[in-house]
Design a protein around this ligand. Structure first.
Ligand code: CAA
Length: 399
């Protein structure tokens, strides 16, 4: 049976996050975007509201909600600004769900619980200055020395680099020639000697959010912080991206919705040639395209979420959702500016911010080109999903 209905719990989450975003975030976003950052207290409040722990099992201090709830929260947050959805992508999608899927019970008790309760903020360190789309070429090294792995290297384009407390970091334990098979995953805490983070300035969009880099210089990570087995890190990273890309796709639906809402309002208010521009068919065409993009993208996101709930591998479906939703968001944001005319080009209206914000998502967490290759690979039979040693828990979570 296929149901397109949200449950009462979903509606409750939707209303709670929407009200939170409209009350706490929307009134300040313009200022934070201009200033180049929102205060850390925003994340604290998100934690207090349970948003940062939404879909982690209750046994680890989370809200125990399903994966569709995560999509709903992302949509509501990005409807106000991308900067508020990004923490869910890195904290939940990339870091927390990765720990939930792959870590030992001891590691979950120690690191997942403070993430789920919002006491600590998580992030993810895969990308490097010379390794983006080709993640398997990363150069950061980890060498076992007594009770520690010693990490050396540099990570780049890391969301919340200067804010997060706990990082899921990927480093090479094998030779460069071993590519994907020589990568391992580690939990790294801020404050570890040799760890230093920095913020990247001059970004086109997501200016209210923190993006940065961090360096690791002879950084000792206790060997009990190895996640999974040595050499399993690339699979861990890719499975984390199945979570991260899902949140990016869901957030993009929110950005399309924001573009649509702003455009509909403006189209009714603004008159040209003696009538509201809503009556001009070329304006209607752009609005209809936003509706099409929003509904198609949301359905793709919910399908991926449904698969996650069932515990079924969803790399293909999550990739499609991410690809379509990010492209549609970019189209919606540019059309929203077109509808607003010259006003859309100034920050008197929010739509210029939407366009600046959404371009990043076409690039990060698997660019449109990478998603194209994945989709083609599945269709042509050159790509298939091999079973993993550990899968993301299905929902409802077992006690
Ligand atoms: N889940 C689990 N395992 C997976 C997987 C998945 N989704 N995808 C691939 N694997 C496994 C494969 O099964 C394979 O293992 P086996 O050989 O044992 O079967 C292994 O990983 C290698 O896979 P590939 O052969 O597909 O590897 P590849 O080198 O050809 O790379 C790629 C494939 C799709 C191009 C991949 O490199 C990719 O997705 N690149 C994009 C990286 C990306 O999205 N980066 C964004 C990082 S997010 C970030 O850093 C932002 C931030 O703010 C923190």
């Amino acid at each position: 049976m296929i149901s397109f209905e949200l449950t009462e719990d979903h509606e409750m989450i939707q209303e709670m996050v929407r009200k939170f975003a409209e009350r706490e975030l929307a009134p300040n976003i313009k200022e934070w975007d201009v200033q180049g950052g929102f205060p850390r207290s925003v994340l604290t409040k998100m934690g207090e509201q349970g948003i940062l722990g939404l879909c982690f099992p209750e046994e680890y201090g989370g809200g125990g909600m399903d994966y569709i709830s995560l999509a709903i929260a992302c949509e509501e947050l990005e409807r106000v600004d991308t900067s508020f959805r990004v923490p869910l992508s890195v904290h939940i999608g990339l870091c927390g769900l990765g720990i939930l899927q792959w870590a030992t019970e001891e590691q979950k008790e120690k690191y997942l619980v403070p993430l789920a309760t919002g006491e600590k903020v998580g992030s993810f360190g895969l990308t490097e200055p010379n390794a983006g789309s080709d993640a398997a070429s990363l150069q950061t090294t980890a060498r076992l020395d007594g009770d520690n792995y010693i990490l050396n290297g540099e990570k780049m384009w890391i969301s919340l680099a200067d804010v997060a407390d706990t990082f899921l970091v990927f480093a090479r334990t094998g030779t460069a020639a071993s590519r994907a098979r020589g990568i391992s995953a580690f939990i790294l805490e801020r404050g570890t000697p040799g760890f230093a983070s920095d913020t990247i300035h001059g970004k086109m969009g997501i200016r209210a959010g923190n993006t940065g880099s961090f360096s690791l210089v002879d950084c000792p990570v206790p060997k009990e912080n190895l996640v999974g087995e040595e050499g399993e890190g690339f699979k861990i990273a890719m499975s984390c991206l199945d979570g991260g890309r899902y949140t990016v796709a869901a957030g993009s639906v929110g950005l399309i919705r924001a573009s649509l809402e702003a455009s509909v309002k403006y189209a009714h208010e603004r008159e040209t040639f003696g009538r509201p521009i809503a009556e001009h068919q070329l304006v209607q065409q752009m609005i209809a395209r936003m509706v099409r993009g929003m509904d198609a993208s949301r359905l793709l996101v919910y399908r991926a979420g449904w698969l996650k709930n069932q515990g079924i591998r969803n790399t293909r479906e999550t990739g499609l959702a991410k690809w379509v939703a990010c492209d549609e968001a970019y189209q919606a944001a540019t059309d929203a500016i077109e509808i607003h005319g010259a006003y859309g080009y100034s920050n008197e209206y929010p739509v210029e911010r939407y366009l600046r914000n959404c371009k990043a998502a076409v690039i990060y967490e698997g660019s449109a080109e990478i998603q194209t290759l994945l989709a083609a690979g599945y269709a042509l039979g050159t790509r298939k999903d091999n079973p993993l040693r550990k899968e993301l828990p299905s929902w409802p979570f077992k006690e």
